[in-house]
Ligand binder design. Structure first.
Ligand code: ARG
Length: 475
């Protein structure tokens, strides 16, 4: 005769723990199967969210008449204490705890016996896990948003300081037209503002509570998902229980937004690396954001910027990993979905690390306006301005373009700069005041088209960016 098995909640001391589903099974999973399935190593980070979700569920069961208010209060207290224990590293996890959800349930059951064993009624780990991850990600999204704001503020402060600092603007990393440093810095800020918008839209969609969906089809216990959603601070509850447990677009979209933000961070870092190299020397990294070499005593390397540039690769990889995981998967919960967590956690950690380091790096960057102005001595930077001056005197642009190109060619052949041209030569060219165009300050100020690089435009843009940030505080 086989011995009648005890439900997991009523285990005798000293006997090994059974999995939560052991009723239907004759033997436990092998150690290898357990090792493959165990997610506790990474999903332990969801403990605070799992506790909050469990408390909200206890209250839903109380509303449904399945707990007295005393029982609900006792469970809430035990769950709270368990949360503190886990946070302090005092909770003894068991090798049979497959994931944080089973560990929390087992923890309250160890404390409260039968009362704890009543907790999981009307819920499944399928609705619980997405509730936890959504809560975790919403908090992470808020932290990331705060760091993006810090980075924008650092760019903004530098941009205001350098609204008039002229520098060569480039296309193909070759000298193109003069710009102001403030204009270039704010170009990065605008991209980051769009990232904030993207995260806002994502956060609204993600603020949908799945709790009450159960394994896939709700339960006969008639819980109130709207009430649970409100208790957990979600904006709404799920509309479809299958969607609630199956879909991971909130994770995929987070990773897409993270990859785009990571790309912006990477491109900003690339500019910093270029500007601070010895050949340009337009800026200098604060020593606290630079590193030396173990062998070459003179080195001051831009590791913070390089790592911020490199992190985009893993962020893009995480989006690709979760997208591949989801594509082709039928609806319903599948254990494959457990694979969403590590990419999502790592993406959040990576962004937090890179954004906070880079914000400090930008804030402490020392620019060398003199060297940037020096680099504006290249005649070529004014070629387009000269062609446009001819256009204003009635020359068709194609002809003006050709004339300026020809002038540059002839001067270069004689080893002369346009600055060496005589008044007579300028007159012959068709622009008596030609020499006056070879001035970086005049050049940037002349481009008064809205959204352009002039100092006025930079200050106007800076105000707009400040306003956009201030409005975020009010919403
Ligand atoms: N650890 C699991 C995950 O991360 C929780 C859900 C398990 N559900 C199940 N039916 N096996 O996805």
């Amino acid at each position: 005769m086989t011995e009648k098995k005890k439900p997991p909640g009523r285990r005798k001391k000293g006997t090994p723990r059974e999995p939560l589903w052991s009723g239907r099974f004759g033997k436990p999973p092998t150690p290898e199967a357990q090792a493959l399935g165990r997610s506790l190593g990474f999903d332990v980070r969801l403990a605070p969210q799992d506790i909050d979700a469990s408390v909200a569920h206890v209250r839903a069961l109380e509303d449904a008449g399945l707990f007295t208010s005393e029982e609900a209060a006792e469970l809430e207290k035990a769950l709270g204490e368990l949360g503190v224990q886990i946070a302090n590293g005092e909770f003894a996890f068991d090798p049979a705890d497959e994931d944080i959800h089973s560990a929390v349930e087992r923890g309250v059951t160890d404390r409260l016996g039968d009362l704890g064993a009543r907790l999981h009624a009307g819920r499944s780990r399928n609705d619980l896990v997405v509730t936890d991850v959504r809560l975790w990600l919403l908090a992470a999204g808020r932290r990331i948003g705060g760091l993006v704001v810090e980075l924008i503020e650092a760019l903004l402060a530098q941009a205001r300081d350098h609204a008039e600092t002229v520098m060569p603007g480039t296309t193909h990393t070759r000298n193109a037209q003069t710009v102001t440093l403030g204009h270039h810095l704010l170009a990065h800020a605008w991209g980051l503002l769009r990232d904030l918008d993207r995260f806002d839209g994502w956060a609204d969609r993600t603020s949908t509570s799945p709790l009450g969906a159960g394994a896939l089809a709700t339960s006969t216990l008639v819980l109130d998902p709207d009430m649970t959603a409100a208790r957990l601070g979600f904006r709404r509850a799920f509309w479809n229980s299958i969607d609630a447990v199956s879909d991971r677009d909130f994770a995929q979209e987070f990773l897409a937004d993270a990859a785009i933000l990571g790309t912006h961070v990477s491109r900003l870092a690339a500019d910093l690396i270029r500007w601070t190299d010895e050949s340009l020397g337009w800026a200098e990294l604060d020593e606290a954001f630079a590193t030396g070499s173990s062998m070459m005593p003179q080195k001051r390397n831009p590791d913070v910027a390089e790592l911020s540039r490199g992190k985009a690769a893993r962020l893009i990889g995480h989006f690709a990993a979760v997208s591949s995981l989801l594509a082709g998967l039928p609806l319903g919960y599948h254990r494959d979905l457990q694979e969403d967590k590590e990419p999502v956690f790592d993406a959040a950690d990576t962004l937090e690390a890179a954004l906070s380091a880079l914000a400090g790096c930008v804030a402490k960057l020392r620019f060398h306006p003199g060297r940037m102005r020096g680099a504006c001595s290249d005649d070529g930077l004014y070629a387009t301005d000269l062609a446009e001056a001819l256009v204003r005197s009635g020359v068709p642009f194609r002809e003006a373009h050709h004339k300026v190109g020809d002038l540059l060619k002839r001067s270069a052949a004689k080893g002369r700069s346009l600055r060496d041209l005589t008044a007579g030569e300028w007159k012959a060219f068709g622009l008596a005041d030609g020499a006056s165009y070879l001035d970086p300050d005049r050049s940037v100020r002349a481009r008064t088209t809205p959204g352009g690089p002039s100092p006025d435009s930079v200050l106007r843009q800076a105000d707009l960016v400040s306003k956009a940030l201030a409005e975020r505080h009010h919403t």
